[in-house]
Design a protein around this ligand. Sequence first.
Ligand SMILES: [Zn+2]
Length: 117
Amino acid sequence: MPVCLECGDRIRYGRTDKKFCCDDCRTRHYNAAARSGRAFRRRVFRILVRNHEVLEGLIKAGVESIDMIDLAAMGFSPTFVTSYSKVGKHNEYGCFDIKYIMTRTRVYSIMKIQNFD
Ligand SMILES: [Zn+2]
């Protein structure tokens, strides 16, 4: 006998592919799923905002090239990016309106994007 995904009760009536014992459980389940999706997006967004603060600070300080180790120490998370493109042999990444080239050990050519094309 199938079991309700929300409360774990056995589902006694209806089609054999039913996932919930009642409408309340269905609603609760999908609301929870939507909540956790939003929480996940908020976490990712906070990481990207932090990355942007670090990069913007570097631009303001006139730093165009920096070791990954130093970046990590500043709270930069290299695996979170908003864009990626291959430019020649280089891997160019974006963080909102800032672009940079990243290798395994360094980030360089950090600059503001003036317009999107
Ligand atoms: Zn239930």
